[in-house]
Design a protein around this ligand. Structure first.
Ligand code: ARG
Length: 463
């Protein structure tokens, strides 16, 4: 196909260069955004008398028809076109003749692609925020059902102190809440309109950038045209927010992989969300979690692609920037896929409270509480720590737990021990005692849940 820019060239493009240069295979995903941007642009041209009002109306109407035809499958996007911007303009000219050729007045593909990508990302951010909210709602609902489900909290993957499943789930709620804020921040920063920046230095036509910015839902036009066409910070920020969200999904997935193992057996995934082995008939594998963990690498790769693409670029537009879209699109697609699959997986997972409690009973996770018991009776903490250390050693020798030791065993180490020590080291009592803000006590976790419901989940209803 003859290029729109062929004027100063005397030869056809080498076919390999043509393929190498083309972005239609991926930027066709932005056909809606491209047409939305073009309609705003041509309406502005009409309002400003750069084309007549009648011409503007005709072009806008035909652009809308092209969008509908692509949507309905009546118009196929030509894989031979250089990019989506060229395709739409060529199609418009096919339909309107010379009138179609007026669309690109006072504009360049450089500001066009920048506005398209920003509009594209805004919608995806909205969708991702909605999905994060659903994930948070799911975690909160697991937490609400498990305020008293005692399990060991870990450090170094060693059983450390007693917590509850609710407390554990609410830790992830905080991570995903921050991810939502990062997505909002990305939206806020990208919401300036590059249209009218032209190729790099605006234009001599009397354009109205405020008008197009407003029409396209932006807060304002970008303040510098060089920056307008060459800024891809929002792609970096989106990929960074997406990568960190994936890191959080990956950490949760890693825990579920461990919890599904026979070594833990804290959770059983629904059969619809697990897979089998082709050779080992007994296997039930948490593939979804492993894939999420694996795909996190892609998201980190997408962020690296964006940063590396930008780091050496002089102002303003450079063709390197065409590489932004595949990274951003992959980042959007991967994150949305993972969010949509982890929610039903969590909703249908069955947590094994007995095994969690049993794990809590072994591993001396109440040892700190035992020391605190002595402190409350007047012993300095470091001495109490020493006493309990010796008691733990005694337990290890006997193969017993702290609550299985006799009062005589306790008294042999310190006269301060009494019958009430057994209550002090009871796991649920240990949890209940940790009621500081952010702690695992059911009342503290309930307060956290209430706060999330009043803020993040306010006006939230299942969609
Ligand atoms: N396909 C191009 C991109 O994605 C559009 C902008 C082309 N601009 C240019 N000066 N060649 O970046």
């Amino acid at each position: 196909m003859a290029k729109l820019w062929k004027g100063r060239f005397s030869k056809e493009l080498d076919e390999r260069v043509n393929d190498f240069n083309s972005s239609i295979s991926f930027d066709s995903a932005m056909f809606r955004e491209d047409i939305t941007g073009s309609i705003a642009h041509v309406m502005m041209l009409g309002k400003q008398g750069i084309v007549t009002q009648d011409e503007a109306a005709k072009i806008a109407k035909e652009l809308a028809a092209i969008s509908d035809d692509i949507e309905d499958g009546k118009l196929a996007i030509d894989p031979e076109a250089e990019d989506i911007h060229m395709f739409v303009e060529e199609e418009l000219t096919k339909r309107l003749g010379d009138l179609g050729k007026k669309l690109h007045t006072a504009r360049s593909r450089n500001d066009q692609v920048a506005v398209d990508l920003r509009i594209f990302l805004r919608k995806r951010i909205d969708e991702i925020v909605g999905m994060l909210r659903k994930l948070i709602a799911t975690l909160v609902s697991i937490a609400e059902k498990n305020l008293h489900t005692v399990m060991p909290g870990y450090t170094h993957l060693q059983r450390a102190q007693p917590i509850t499943l609710a407390h554990h789930m609410m830790a992830y709620v905080e991570m995903f809440k921050r991810d939502m804020t990062r997505m909002f921040n990305c939206f806020r920063l990208l919401n300036e309109c590059p249209l009218g920046s032209g190729a790099l230095a605006t234009t001599t036509y009397p354009i109205d950038r405020e008008y197009t910015a407003k029409m396209l839902g932006f807060d304002a036009p970008c303040s510098n045209s060089l920056d307008g066409v060459s800024d891809r910070d929002y792609c970096v920020e989106f990929c960074a927010a997406a990568a960190l969200t994936m890191v959080h999904l990956s950490r949760l997935s890693e825990e579920i992989v461990a919890w599904c193992s026979w070594e833990f057996k804290f959770v059983e995934l629904d059969d619809a969300y697990a897979t089998g082995s082709s050779i080992m008939p007994q296997k039930k594998n948490p593939d979804i979690c492993e894939l999420i963990r694996g795909k996190t690498g892609r998201e980190i790769g997408d962020l690296t692609t964006m940063l590396t693409m930008l780091k050496g670029l002089p102002l303003a537009y450079n063709k390197d920037m065409q590489e932004d879209k595949e990274a951003v699109f992959d980042s959007v697609k991967t994150l949305k896929q993972c969010l949509s699959i982890i929610v039903p997986m969590l909703e249908t997972a069955r947590f094994n409270k007995e095994n969690m409690l049993a794990a809590g009973k072994r591993g001396f996770i109440n040892a700190t509480d035992c020391a605190d018991y002595l402190v409350k009776k007047g012993m300095p903490f470091r001495d109490a720590y020493g006493v309990v250390g010796r008691l733990v050693a005694k337990c290890v020798q006997k193969g017993a737990t702290l609550d299985e030791l006799s009062l005589d065993d306790y008294r042999a180490e310190s006269e301060l021990f009494d019958e009430d020590v057994y209550k002090a080291i009871d796991l649920i009592e240990c949890v209940k005692g940790r009621k500081a803000i952010g702690g695992p006590a059911p009342e503290a976790v309930q307060k956290h849940i209430d706060k999330i419901k009043e803020t993040v989940l306010k006006d939230w209803s299942e969609q």
